[in-house]
Each structure stands twice: as C-alpha cells, then as structure tokens.
Ligand binder design. Structure first.
Ligand code: NDP
Length: 254
C-alpha cells in the first residue's frame, strides 16, 4: 500500500489560494494529486495554481463565493466536469469577525455561520455522489481551537467551528458505508492573512500566543502539509470522525 501517494486523485480545496488552504494544497500536489483551487480573489487563485502546477500536477482555478449555496454546488460540479472525478474535498474557506456578542447583528452572525459552516455542508453534500461513484473519498474540514474553547470576541466564529466538529462526526457516521472518511483539523494560532491583522491590532496577542503555545512559535501553512497527505491517502482508511488539533499544544496547556 502506498500510504502517501495521491497520484490520480482529484482534490478540491476551498480557500486554497492562500494561508492554511494553500499549505494543504501544496501537500496534496507534492504527493501527486491534482487540485481545484477555489477562492474569490482571482489574482491570488491564479498565482496559487501557477505555483502548484510548477510541482508537476494539473490544477484548476475556480472563482466562487462559498457563502452562496448554489456556488458551493457549482464549484464541485466544475471540478468534477474538468477532471472527471472528485476524490478529496478540503472545506477550508473561512472568515472571522472580532466583536462582543451583544453588538452582533443577525446579518453578521449569518455571514460567519454561512461562510464557515453552511458552505462546508453544501460542498460535502455536492461532493458525496462523486465520491460514492469513485468508490470512496476523503473530506477534511477546518475547525479551530475555537471548536473546543470559547472567546468573548468570537461568538459566531466559535459556534461555526464547534459546528464543524459535530458535522464531521455526523457525516463520518453516515458515509462510512460508502468508504468516505470525514475528519476535521483544529488549527491553533497560525501566521496567515487572517491573523496578521489581529497580531497588529490586539495588544499583547503575539506574546500571549508565544507564551501559551508549548511548541513556542506560531504555526505556519507548512505545518498542514503532511497531516493533509496522511488524511487524504490510503493509510488513513480507519481514521474517521476525528478532530485533530494542529496547534503546537495550545489546547493541552493547563
Ligand atoms: P486566510 O485569510 O489566509 O485564508 C482564508 C481563505 O478563505 C482565503 O483563501 C479566502 O480566499 C477564502 N475565503 C474566505 N471567504 C471566502 C468566501 N466567502 N468564498 C470563497 N473563499 C473564501 O486565512 P487562514 O488560512 O488563516 O484561514 C483558513 C481557515 O483556517 C479558515 O477556515 C479559518 O477559520 C481557519 N483557522 C485559521 C486559524 C489561524 O490562526 N490562521 C486558526 C484556526 C482556524 P479569497 O481571499 O479569494 O476570498
């Protein structure tokens, strides 16, 4: 069994044009998998596709806003039509909003829940028939340390990321019979565009992250490459419904 060989596999990575998603896409491409890179920012997506293709695999740029259900369904169909199959779905696209719960509008709440959680469900549902037809598949969704911890400034984000873990468990139980493994990764504090602003604006954040993370540094997109290949390959057939922290030990620090 070649546990870490993804040649011949087709992956869709939402938000694959930057940050953690691009790190995961690099892992898949280095293992020989073809990647459909999904994002809203066409320039970023084009650059990511060029970088991944330089690793020797065929890729596809798809422009979509995952807040819209119909665009989630369409992006899966575009990838399936282009490559002829879908084996791997990475539900990574996500966004955050820092403000106290009592100041949220319902529109802001729905924007976070729909971008981070409903999109993952819509993409998974659209990918299911393709994976079933291929005899199996792999779904990885990105949660957060906020899947298991609370924060005064992140009510909708925490709710969406907690939902990712429970959605993962439900899909894993439902689709095990179809040989589809469904798992979640829970990143800690990772140095990406999403956290660069917070790092600048929130006094003491950098020091708190460094002080609390046993590994003693921020994570990087490269920290997601190997775990992605493991969860997408043949070696992880018995790993499903798991929520795996990739946080340098942040959540186990007493
Ligand atoms: P980035 O801001 O670098 O990446 C976010 C990605 O999501 C971009 O590629 C962006 O593409 C895409 N995206 C956002 N909204 C949409 C949308 N509506 N439709 C399509 N694509 C969208 O941040 P990260 O890499 O840090 O975040 C990736 C995931 O990791 C998110 O789910 C985030 O919640 C999660 N996470 C991040 C942590 C961190 O510390 N960085 C910690 C825990 C979880 P585009 O620019 O083209 O819109």
């Amino acid at each position: 069994m070649k546990a870490f060989d993804l040649s011949g596999r087709v992956a869709i990575v939402t938000g694959g044009n930057g940050g953690i998603g691009l790190g995961m896409a690099r892992g898949i491409a280095r293992a020989g998998g073809q990647v459909a890179v999904v994002g809203r920012n066409t320039a970023k997506t084009t650059a990511a596709v060029a970088e991944l293709e330089a690793l020797g695999v065929k890729c596809l740029a798809i422009e979509a806003d995952v807040i819209k259900d119909e665009e989630c369904r369409s992006l899966v169909e575009q990838a399936a039509a282009h490559f002829g199959r879908v084996d791997i779905l990475v539900n990574n696209a996500g966004t955050a909003l820092r403000k106290p719960p009592h100041e949220y509008t319902m529109q802001e709440w729905r924007r976070i829940i729909d971008t981070n959680l409903s999109s993952a469900f819509a993409c998974s549902q659209a990918a299911y028939p393709h994976m079933k037809a291929a005899g199996g598949g792999k779904i990885i969704s990105i949660g957060s340390i906020m899947s298991v911890m609370g924060a005064s400034f992140a009510v909708a984000y925490a709710a969406s990321k907690g939902g990712i873990v429970q959605m993962t468990r439900a899909l894993a139980t439902a689709w095990a019979v179809d040989n589809i493994q469904v798992n979640a990764l829970l990143p800690g504090w990772i140095d990406t565009d999403l956290t660069k602003g917070a790092r600048r604006e929130v006094a003491g954040l950098n020091e708190r992250v460094l002080g609390r993370t046993p590994v003693g540094r921020w994570g990087t997109p490269a920290d997601f490459e190997a775990i992605t290949v493991l969860l997408c390959g043949n070696g992880s057939q018995y790993i499903t419904g798991a929520a795996i922290p990739v946080d340098g030990g942040y959540t186990i620090q007493a």
